[in-house]
Design a protein around this ligand. Structure first.
Ligand code: 13P
Length: 247
């Protein structure tokens, strides 16, 4: 089973029209591996701007959405609005949504179901905290998070699973290629047992957490690492190197 390599950029709450415009110009002019699917997560207010400027060979993702189509939910955005901006992906369950904004597994599951039902692709994030890794419960945590997502997915072709250990996000402490491979392999085994063999072999499991131009090649060469979700480095020209990690 060949899984198309997937490189997501998560711009988080960074940039302005000037700096993101410069980044977009760099991306539009870069030579990128045509065998890689690239999707950039833009701040909600810049989705339209990013979609109008970024070459259409690159996808765009929202960084969040709500669980219903419309209504009195001040500050929220819906999958329908995201699609109305020509955007076809959303990042859900990011650790910053979970731990800074207190999103529960249940809410993330509901958002996942609603986004998929409304035609968005979902980059679904999971990952353990440092104390959980040190306590030896990494598997337990990521399996529980994955189960809630899986319970809300009917069509896995629209889902990319992003394993992002919280201790590796924005810390410069990348998981070693072996650590990433071990968890990705276990997640695939979990999928085999709890979803289906076909989904286990076709779903892309990407790694996120301090990925850089320096670490991407070895991480990307692991059997079960099908790409990356990149934060800080996705705002720099270095992102091109990461897209081209397999070349
Ligand atoms: P960093 O690459 O900055 O560690 O962020 C990773 C991340 O959270 C991507 O979603």
């Amino acid at each position: 089973m060949t899984r198309k390599f997937f490189v997501g950029g998560n711009w988080k709450m960074n940039g302005d029209k000037k700096s993101l415009g410069d980044l977009i110009n760099t991306m539009n002019g870069a030579k990128v591996d045509p065998n890689v699917e690239v999707v950039c997560g833009a701040p909600a207010i810049y989705l339209d701007f990013a979609r109008s400027k970024l070459d259409h060979k690159f996808g765009i993702a929202a960084q969040n959405c709500y669980k219903v189509a419309k209504g009195a939910f001040t500050g929220e955005i819906s999958p329908a609005m995201i699609k109305d901006c020509g955007v076809h992906w959303v990042i859900l369950g990011h650790s910053e949504r979970r731990h800074v904004f207190g999103e529960s597994d249940e809410l993330i599951g509901q958002k996942t179901a609603h986004a998929l039902e409304n035609g968005l692709g979902v980059i679904a994030c999971i990952g353990e905290k440092l104390d959980e890794r040190e306590g030896g419960i990494t598997e337990k945590v990521v399996f529980a998070q994955t189960k809630v997502i899986a319970d809300n997915v009917k069509d896995w072709s629209k889902v990319v699973l992003a394993y992002e250990p919280v201790w590796a996000i924005g810390t410069g402490k990348t998981a070693s290629p072996q650590q990433a491979q071990e968890v990705h392999h276990k997640l695939r085994e979990w999928m085999k047992k709890n979803v289906s063999e076909a989904v286990a072999s076709s779903v892309r499991i990407i790694y996120g957490g301090s990925v850089t131009g320096g670490t991407c090649k070895e991480l990307g060469s692991q059997a079960d690492v099908d790409g990356f979700l990149v934060g800080g480095a996705s705002l720099k020209p270095e992102f091109i190197e990461i897209i081209n990690a397999k070349q």
